[in-house]
Design a protein around this ligand. Structure first.
Ligand code: BGC
Length: 796
């Protein structure tokens, strides 16, 4: 495959030009659909009028973002922020989270700066603002874009009330390696699901109208392919073919931009040797040239400054010039643009037109947001976690919790949902009563004092029928000491839940507690505040500290155990899967964590979520994802349904472990059961020219889904395809449709999935999206293991 580093930029532009001349056949890229507000004549006339009045320094001021609040990375420069605001030197300010601080700087900008250009205030509003919802990975588990839209709406309303008009969200990085701590911010491993969620986030934040007083400017991040950091080590390089980049990693960004996303954040990593923050291919050719994006690209924290460490130039002036010329508009935090761009414009090294273009993009969003007319924020009362907000957080969280396993226990039957038979219940584990941990990573303005833990929620239901034991520390003493040396935001909250463990004693106490009860609920996982999110990479994926020993000791009592996993990344839970009858994946559920988990445990809410990411058997399988490319020697259990291991040695497999996931993508149980009819294709054969002619569906796959159990439930019906004869090999399965279907006991509903160019296309060797004559195998079912099968033939 061509290396992006050597791919001449102009050659690709030429291709686009030729494609445009050729009238854009259906195989060519669809015409870009820019956000109409950013393309509007009125907005652009105002931008041009203002631009004409600006000095070079004022222009460059719009291309700088500074943080008068906390720092979200290293390398922060100390600035005189009042002075900066007064001279128009910080077009964006970030990390302020209340209206009074924001108004302070806005008043200076509007009253003291020469041109009175309002400042755009940005913040990491990742899974709600004041009201903390489950982390984005959990939201993806709902397979319900409407939940992402709702969470974005809550975030937007609350953020705007605090004066924040730009949110650094959604994070749409495809994440296939849970060693990477930022997987929690993503929608997981799949581009189809990721794109659906991305569109919903944008809709929720921007409401298709940035000028609404409760819309915020979304900032899609981290562009691009940040989630593919080699070996899961944060900030590491990514390296992949252009086909994979486009077909897998760029898809959710494209979806977000097509949905009207108003700003984009570049990523820290390099892509095939070119840093993403100085990458003309991704920032200009693809984003602007192909997708028609008209807003600003903001760098990630200090990412322009870090181009020096990336070694793409001898000095700050060179790397900043490369970034700006590549299409990197706003320098966040490094203070390089404000110091090195102007002299290069004056010496003729950088055309002023390049600066102007970047400034236009920033001003466009400020005009579109209505900031010139409404720069200030009315300072309202302090945040209150009202019953309405709590109810929304609880409902959403319950929709994200995945029931992984619910095997019958001798003499008891299925453990879940818990019934009155469980007279005495033990709640055990370091995450049973840790409020800050419930909010999850990147809950910048979430307040642990509002968080409901599992202990609180269970005590409400069970009173003195509940016994509690912490069991062990979340981290071992050694892990704790190591992490204490590292400083980062959220640390204070985390410290409060970092007891110095005396694990042998506390495990013995927990065992005694379990023995007095009918069932033990174990709340285990990893520390969201310490170990997840940015710079939270791990080389192991087990429970931290002594939690595994605790689990084994409690299971050894013979009491039935329900394991509630509170970790927003896939953990290695092989022992638990073999020995614990009931397992619930609860991620980081947010402010209503305890209530939402209890709703599931007691069956008030029937679980409906599905895994947006594969859970591995062993960390050595990572990156593990269901949509693997085929090999010539498929081994046991590959989704290709090739013969199971014939104990042939020379197969693509491990000597010591299966290839398959422990729990696969799309997996999730319910308290009822669903059956599927044989899927039916509306047409067995379709001529290829018909598929290429438009983006309309050419066929549909229909299936009947029945609730065969005795309680109401919702099934996420999933459709997977496999292209069996493509000119470039295609994944063994790809998700191409899903639908949440609510069914009363005994009820049957029919679901139709459309298939057309959008679902069937792939990138050929010329890196063009196309469809060729082939046969698509098609499966419909409740996970990526679906077996009910049909096919669609594409003929000459
Ligand atoms: C993170 C971004 C975040 C930015 C601003 C960086 O460290 O990578 O996701 O938006 O800080 O806070």
């Amino acid at each position: 495959m061509k290396n992006l580093l050597f791919r001449p930029f102009h050659a690709s532009l030429l291709f686009l030009f030729i494609a445009a001349l050729a009238g854009l056949s259906a195989t060519a890229q669809p015409k870009p659909v820019p956000n109409p507000q950013l393309a509007s004549k009125e907005v652009n006339a105002r931008v041009e009028a203002l631009l004409k009045q600006m000095t070079l320094e004022e222009k460059i001021g719009q291309l700088a973002a500074f943080s008068p609040g906390f720092a979200t990375g290293p390398g922060a420069t100390n600035q005189h922020y009042d002075e900066l605001a007064a001279k128009g030197g910080s077009g964006i300010m970030l990390n302020l989270n209340n209206a009074s601080a924001i108004n302070h700087y806005q008043h200076i900008a509007m009253e003291k700066s020469r041109l009175k250009i309002p400042i755009l205030f940005g913040l990491d509003v990742i899974h709600g603002h004041r009201t903390t919802f489950p982390v984005p990975l959990a939201l993806a588990a709902s397979f319900d874009p409407a939940t992402a839209e709702l969470v974005a709406r809550f975030g937007a309303v609350e953020a705007r009330a605090d004066g924040i008009a730009q949110v650094f969200s959604p994070m749409v990085d495809i994440s296939r390696d849970p060693r990477w701590g930022r997987i929690i911010e993503s929608a997981g491993e799949d581009p189809y699901l990721g794109s659906a969620m991305a569109r919903a986030w944008i809709k929720g934040y921007q409401q298709d109208d940035l000028s609404k007083p409760d819309s915020v400017l979304a900032c899609v991040k981290h562009y691009a392919a940040y989630g593919a950091a080699i070996a899961g080590r944060d900030y590491n390089a990514t390296d992949m073919s252009e086909i994979t980049l486009r077909q897998v990693y760029l898809e959710p960004y494209r979806a977000a931009v097509e949905a009207g996303a108003g700003s984009v954040m570049s990523s820290f990593n390099s892509i095939n040797g070119v840093p993403a923050s100085a990458n003309p291919f991704t920032l200009t050719q693809v984003l602007r040239g192909e997708w028609g994006f008209a807003g600003p690209v903001v760098s990630d924290w200090d990412a322009v400054g870090e181009l020096l460490a990336h070694s793409i130039g001898p000095d700050g002036a060179t790397v900043a010039r490369k970034a700006l010329e590549a299409g990197m508009d706003v320098d966040m935090a490094s203070n390089l643009y404000p110091t090195v761009i102007a002299p290069q414009v004056r010496s003729g090294k950088i055309p002023e037109a390049v600066v102007d273009e970047a400034v236009r993009r920033v001003l466009r969003v400020k005009f579109a947001l209505g900031l010139f007319e409404h720069p200030y924020t009315v300072e309202g009362p302090a945040y209150d976690a009202t019953p309405e907000r709590r109810a929304a957080a609880r409902k959403v969280a319950a929709e994200t919790i995945v029931l992984l396993k619910n095997d019958p226990v001798e003499g008891v039957g299925a453990l879940l949902p818990l019934t009155a038979k469980a007279k005495k219940v033990a709640l055990i584990g370091p995450l049973a009563d840790a409020p800050a941990e419930m909010l999850g990573a990147w809950a910048v303005t979430g307040d642990p004092k509002f968080a409901v833990t599992l202990r609180t929620a269970l005590a409400e239901r069970l009173g003195d029928r509940l016994l509690y034991a912490e069991g062990c520390g979340l981290l071992s003493g050694e892990e704790g000491n190591l992490l204490k040396r590292v400083s980062f935001i959220g640390r204070d909250a985390a410290d409060a839940h970092l007891p110095v463990p005396d694990d042998a004693k506390t495990i013995a106490e927990a065992v005694e507690t379990a023995k007095q009860t009918d069932v033990a609920i174990l709340a285990l996982g990893e520390s969201a505040t310490w170990m997840e999110g940015e710079a939270g990479s791990r080389t192991t994926l087990g429970f931290t500290g002594a939690q595994e020993q605790l689990l084994e000791a409690v299971v050894a009592t013979g009491k039935p155990v329900v394991l509630v996993i509170l970790a927003a990344r896939p953990l290695e839970i092989k022992w638990a899967a073999a020995h614990v009858p009931a397992i619930v994946e609860a991620w980081s559920p947010g402010v209503e964590a305890g209530h939402a988990v209890t709703d599931i445990l007691f069956g008030d809410v029937n679980p409906s979520a599905k895994l947006p990411v594969s859970l591995p058997r062993a960390v050595g399988q990572e990156p593990l994802y269901y949509a693997q490319l085929p090999t010539g020697r498929p081994a046991s259990g590959d989704l290709s349904h090739m013969p199971r291991n014939g104990d042939e040695r020379f197969m693509s497999r491990y000597m010591d472990e299966d290839n398959t996931a422990l729990f696969p993508f799309g997996w999730g149980l319910s308290y009822t059961r669903f059956s599927y009819s044989q899927p039916a294709i509306s047409r067995a054969e379709v001529p290829v020219r018909e598929v290429l002619a438009s983006r309309r569906p050419v066929a549909a796959v229909g299936v009947d889904v029945k609730n065969t159990g005795s309680v109401a439930g919702t099934e996420v019906v999933q459709l997977y395809i496999r292209n069996t004869a493509a000119s470039v090999e295609q994944p063994v399965r790809e998700l191409k449709g899903f639908a949440r279907v609510a069914l009363a006991p005994g009820e049957t509903k029919h679901v139709d999935f459309p298939l057309g160019f959008d679902e069937l296309n792939f990138y050929n060797v010329e890196v063009k999206r196309t469809v060729e004559p082939t046969t698509y195998k098609i499966w419909v079912g409740g996970s990526s293991l679906a077996t009910a099968e049909t096919a669609l033939k594409i003929v000459e």
